[in-house]
Design a protein around this ligand. Structure first.
Ligand code: GDP
Ligand code: MN
Length: 381
């Protein structure tokens, strides 16, 4: 689970890594008040769960509360790589003497933690790693032993950070690593980790990803998730134990099992269409689940046709067919539904659908045929 920058920074502050003083704002006037309270120049930063905000225009320096209000009005509502900006973080502007990069991740193949440090931070680190691999220093950390003091110093030394920054940078690395482990993170990345004019090390950005499997150990992390902007249809689906993800095409997809749903998305794409969502009804789905899935899709007006792709294992195709028929009786379904059933009781399922005699139900024998029909019915490729 990826945190917002300000949430990651609150974790940094908790473990003693310096971060600038800041406040969250969801409107331009709140941004103005925040700037007023902080005093002096501030930086207004879009809060989205994706990087590269600077380049996208999502980060602006403001010299006055007026300018902060103006910057916030430009940034709020902005779309950054498909993420809408619902809030901005207003923080005191920092004087930057140098921009570094630091991160901790898990290197699964080495079965160790991986620390990376570079003196060339602030920019896209993948680019640096490509053009000048030497500039990104890597060090494996044994998770049983942890990051030793000498390793933190070695990272700083080999990455050639300013000697004046060395002691504080090594201390910050130790604290960040401590947070990475104690908070069950998949990733802790600071880009840039800056050296200020007065010689302090400050985390100016944060990219923290928490391992959701460890949430039971951190009840307070629920607050982070509560702050995320949930798509209303996704929330409705979640209440019904359906795994729904909104996409931007026009063919609604319903399938059982994540693998089958993903291959269905691929086949729709292959025949020139695009999926409007990912909806996995799970293994063992019965009539109610299918009816719920179809009801969920009625709330999404980008759907132009629906493709139901079921491979019966534990799930019985006749029950799925019954669910589709029930949904058609109960609900006003505004789109044609292409159905492909295979596996357990597929014959029986197809017979039920044929008996229903609904003109909006289109049987398909194969996945490809189903995809071609659904794309045609959605208005073509
Ligand atoms: P990202 O583009 O999403 O990674 O956002 P960052 O938080 O890393 O900000 C991008 C860049 O904006 C940084 O590398 C800095 O160069 C600049 N920036 C951010 N905060 C400040 C600040 O307080 N003062 C100054 N001068 N520049 C800043
Ligand atoms: Mn950054």
């Amino acid at each position: 689970m990826d945190l917002f920058e300000y949430q990651g920074k609150s974790l940094f502050a908790r473990v003693g890594v310096p971060v600038p003083d800041g406040r969250l704002a969801v409107s331009p006037s709140e941004a103005r008040n925040a700037a007023d309270a902080i005093g002096g120049a501030v930086v207004v930063k879009a809060q989205v769960q994706v990087g590269g905000r600077g380049k996208a225009g999502g980060i602006k320096v403001a010299e006055s509360p007026n300018a902060a209000e103006e910057a916030a009005s430009q940034i709020l509502g902005m779309d950054i790589k498909g993420h809408t900006v619902h809030s901005v973080w207003v923080e005191e502007a920092s004087e930057i003497a140098a921009e570094y990069y630091a991160s901790f991740t898990l290197d699964r193949s080495a079965k160790k933690h991986l620390a990376m440090v570079s003196a060339q931070g602030g920019v896209d680190i993948e680019g640096v790693a490509e053009s000048d691999p030497e500039a990104v220093v890597k060090l494996h950390v044994d998770p049983v032993v942890g990051l030793a003091d000498w390793q933190a110093r070695e990272l700083v030394y080999r990455a050639k950070l300013e000697p004046t920054a060395a002691r504080k940078a090594a201390a910050a690395l130790k604290k960040l690593y401590g947070a990475f482990v104690a908070l069950d993170c998949d990733l802790v990345e600071v880009n840039p980790l800056i050296l200020t004019g007065s010689g302090d090390i400050v985390a100016l950005d944060s990219k923290v990803s928490l391992d959701s499997n460890a949430f039971f150990r951190h009840p307070d992390f629920g607050e982070f998730e509560a702050a995320f902007h949930h798509d209303p249809i996704e929330a409705k689906a979640k209440e019904r134990d359906l795994n729904f993800i909104k996409l931007d095409g026009s063919v609604g997809i319903v399938g059982n099992g994540a693998g089958l749903v993903m291959s269905t998305l691929d086949v729709v794409d292959l025949v020139g269409g695009s999926a409007s969502n990912f909806l996995d009804v799970g293994g063992g789905a019965g009539a109610d689940t299918i009816a719920n899935a179809l009801e969920t899709l009625t709330h999404d007006d980008t759907v132009k046709s629906v493709l139901i792709n079921i491979f019966g294992g534990i799930t019985r195709c006749d029950l799925v067919a019954q669910g589709i028929i029930d949904a058609l009786e109960r609900l006003e379904l505004p789109w044609p539904i292409v159905v492909r059933l295979d596996g357990t009781n597929a014959e029986e399922g197809r017979a039920l659908l044929a008996q229903a005699g609904e003109k909006n139900l289109i049987p398909a024998a194969t996945m490809r045929e189903a995809a071609v029909r659904a794309v045609e019915l959605a208005g073509g490729a």
